[in-house]
Design a protein around this ligand. Structure first.
Ligand code: NAD
Length: 462
């Protein structure tokens, strides 16, 4: 940030300034909440047909502008184009799923006459929007994580004020323009740019009915302290694990775990951080995995060929670098890796790690994958669970018994069989156990949180 009035958005690849955007002051934040509050009635009474149409139109406009938006995202976040494009494609679907849910949102009749005192009464409930939503998002998916808050909010009939990460605000500012073009009334979705202060003004304002947060545990804890008696959902981090059984096709497992561990330099909440490989295949996996990691094309995120680029900031890169050095000092072996150059931390694979090293027990959120051999299926499931987090886990096996035991025992929000924990599509319920969060996203599930049930009882007898 350059001064008190502007947020300087920097391209993590070359350090150039992409754009300077005005930083919201307290008055701007309060005004955005006021505008949202003023839209409550309009949004609550907007027909499902209209809400669905706005969301579908947003989806279409995003699709038309895929390359432009992907480039903007690549510039502000350092995300390679192949992944930035993929993210736009996912947001196109997120809006489409939310449009479908807007049309499908409904209540239910309740047989009140099942109760002795309910005879002659007709009962049903409807879903009503909770009110103004405050959304706070991280830097790593500047479009699709924003979509996962804005699209269900509009589907539910809730106005929303968003504070994106100050590192990557440009994509959400573009999205707000697109949604206006798609027909969303002024004030129903505002973006306020800034850091923790802006977040605090937003989350402490009494007009906010619900806070939906995606980011790290320390920030979630700070928000929980001020949230009081309001709805809150938290989508937090993890140290996701993959298990590779003795009987699997290693070529497939290697390929998926390279992308799962190193896409966007591991700055993904479900990035593969721990890979447990059956001892009988460990040496073979280690060799093939290390070779494949070394073959990734490193370069400018804006180049089509780039597979691996910089981390988002100097601070992030320095932290990951120091954790790797600490692990090596504590006895880990570096199979591939090397010296950090500014924000570029080389893709790093470690072995001989122990569960108390930071690279194992904390969320690395960087390009580091730990390899560990295992002998026993039940014991490895316990090892995966030996974590403060529980977002998703990947299990590669051909054994039905092993599959079923993994599904039963793994204490995570999503068990992904024969793929990596980083797998996600946007209509599934997504979220974590333990410190990985509270609540689930995916339009249908977010809408449940963004609406309240209103019960109606009609005394038909009088
Ligand atoms: P972060 O917690 O540092 O910041 C997230 C957001 O909170 C930013 O917009 C930040 O400005 C804001 N913020 C900071 N202090 C605040 C305060 N006191 N009050 C209100 N807002 C405040 O996270 P980050 O570094 O941007 O993102 C990385 C984290 O996000 C990782 O832990 C990652 O696992 C997590 N994440 C989770 C998911 C998920 O869906 N589970 C998805 C992506 C990222």
């Amino acid at each position: 940030m350059a001064d008190a009035k502007f947020v300087e958005v920097v391209n993590p690849y070359d350090g150039s300034v992409v754009e300077r955007v005005p930083e919201a002051d307290e008055q701007t934040v309060r005004a955005a909440i006021g505008a949202a509050e003023a839209m409550r009635g309009t949004m609550a009474s907007m027909t499902a047909n209209r809400r669905g149409a706005i969301l579908n139109q947003t989806s279409r406009l995003l699709e038309e502008q895929t390359d432009d938006i992907a480039q903007l995202m690549a510039k502000e976040s350092g995300k390679p184009m192949r992944y930035a494009r993929g993210e736009v494609g996912r947001a196109v679907e997120t809006f489409m799923f939310a449009a479908d849910e807007a049309r499908r949102m409904h209540g239910e009749t309740i047989p009140l006459d099942a109760a002795k005192t309910g005879a002659g009464k007709i009962g049903y409930y409807v879903r009503v929007p909770v009110g103004v939503i405050a959304a706070i998002t991280p830097f790593n998916f500047p479009l699709n994580l924003v979509a996962h808050k804005v699209a269900p909010a509009i589907a539910a009939g809730c106005p929303i004020v968003l504070k994106p990460s100050p590192l990557t605000p440009l994509t959400s500012l573009r999205l707000a323009e697109i949604m206006q073009e798609a027909g969303l009334p002024n004030g129903a979705f505002s973006v306020v740019v800034g850091g923790a202060d802006v977040g605090r003004w937003l989350t402490t304002d009494e007009r906010i009915a619900m806070i939906t947060f995606t980011g790290g545990v320390p920030t979630a804890e700070a928000i929980a302290k001020v949230a009081g008696l309001r709805r809150t959902t938290y989508e937090l981090g993890g140290n996701a694990a993959t298990i590779i059984d003795a009987d699997v096709d290693l070529e497939d497992a290697v390929k998926k775990n390279v992308i799962g561990g190193f896409a966007y330099s591991g700055q993904v909440c479900i990035s593969v951080q721990r890979v447990y490989v059956h001892r009988s295949r460990y040496d073979e996996f280690r060799q093939r995995y290390t070779e494949a990691v070394q073959k990734m094309v490193i370069g400018d995120p804006l180049e089509q060929s780039t597979e691996f680029g910089p981390m988002v900031s100097d601070d992030a890169a320095k932290r990951v670098d120091s954790w790797v050095k600490e692990a090596v000092q504590q006895g880990a072996t570096m199979l591939t890796g090397g010296e950090r150059k500014d924000r570029l931390v080389p893709a790093t694979v470690l072995e001989n790690v122990t569960s108390d090293m930071q690279v194992m027990c904390n969320e690395v959120f960087g390009p580091v994958v730990n390899l560990l051999p295992f002998d026993d299926w039940d014991a490895v499931l316990d090892e995966v669970n030996d974590s403060p987090f529980g977002l998703q886990a990947g299990v590669f096996t051909r054994s039905l018994a092993h599959t079923m035991r993994a599904i039963e025992k793994l204490d995570v929000g999503g068990v992904i069989i024969n793929d990596v924990p980083a797998f996600r599509v946007d209509n599934m319920p997504y979220g974590g156990m333990k410190k990985s969060g509270i609540g689930r996203e995916g339009p249908r599930f977010a809408i449940e949180d963004m609406t309240a049930l209103k019960m109606v009882v009609i005394n038909a007898g009088s």
